[in-house]
Design a protein around this ligand. Structure first.
Ligand code: RP5
Ligand code: MG
Ligand code: MG
Length: 272
């Protein structure tokens, strides 16, 4: 796997904290590096003991690398190491210890619904890219309220929740504003998004919130359909975006879209 980059972003999100700089050749835990002195940071919102967060290690020793009650603490990346009671990021050093903005020690499981359609002209014919000659896909993208970056409308898996439900729930909340719909409209939307396609990606997300002890993992799936969009919940805006964009997306989301485009034999170009 290639070294994580956004997980080493100098400025930790929603704080004034700066990460200890980790050069690419020192990311791997197997590289001896006695000078490594990462900054410790866990956001006040996490220390406040909300229901979505674990307690601090010391008073708390969960079953790592396993399904622990309703919380899945196993990783798609295989067995991760636990050192002094704390799980170690499977992709290596991030320059920051603690949990930062993430609630769980170890993997924090999310789900990413990638909803696509073909880009068509006024007559309904597929538009092909002038250089690659391949048809152009569009995907539903939301502007995240936290950082203002465009992203897939994903979200965290709730304890005990089926990933297939998280995908539908987060997509409906963020891209269809289902939290403000009538019950009958909710049911209609639910039926339409149940037609689930195979999963595109399962594993680590190079998310700017990641730390040495807490990181994002996801299951990304692709639905191909037309849907009426309306931004809601943690989405500020929502729109269909060409899978041919000059702007970069949140975390490793452009990588997931590359996988979808390849599978659908569509044009793809993203700035990473
Ligand atoms: C990313 O964070 C995942 O790929 C997913 O899109 C998202 C989940 O976190 P929230 O949207 O709930 O903040 O790493
Ligand atoms: Mg959400
Ligand atoms: Mg979200």
């Amino acid at each position: 796997a290639c070294p994580h980059v956004k997980s080493r972003c100098p400025q930790y999100p929603e704080s004034t904290i700066k990460r200890f700089t980790v050069p690419e050749d020192k990311v791997d835990w197997d590289e001896k590096w006695p000078q490594y002195s990462p900054v410790s940071h866990t956001a006040p919102a996490v220390l406040n003991k909300p229901i979505w967060a674990d307690p601090d290690i010391g008073s708390f020793s969960p079953n790592f690398n396993a399904v622990d009650g309703l919380v899945d603490r196993s990783s798609f990346e295989g067995q991760y190491k636990v050192e002094n009671g704390k799980p170690l990021n499977p992709r290596g050093r991030t320059g920051l210890t603690g949990r930062g903005l993430l609630g769980r020690w170890g993997p924090n499981h999310a789900a990413d619904p990638i909803v696509t359609r073909w880009k068509v002209d006024a007559s309904g014919a597929k538009i092909h890219h002038s250089a690659s000659k391949k048809p152009i896909l569009q995907f539903v993208s939301i502007k995240r309220r936290d950082c203002g970056e465009w992203a897939i409308p994903g979200g965290m898996v709730d304890p005990g929740e089926q990933v297939s439900l998280t995908l539908q729930r987060e997509f409906s909340e963020e891209a269809l504003n289902s939290l403000s719909l009538k019950q009958s409209e909710k049911e209609d939307i639910h039926k339409r998004i149940q037609k689930l396609f195979g999963s595109v990606y399962k594993g680590y997300v190079d998310d700017p919130r990641n730390t040495d002890n807490a990181w994002m993992e996801t299951v990304a799936v692709n639905f191909h359909d037309e849907l009426p969009l309306q931004a809601g919940d943690d989405a500020g805006q929502v729109q269909w975006v060409d899978v041919d964009s000059s702007f970069s997306l949140y975390a490793s989301h452009s990588h997931f879209l590359e996988l979808v485009a390849r599978e659908r034999k569509a044009h793809c170009h993203f700035t990473v």
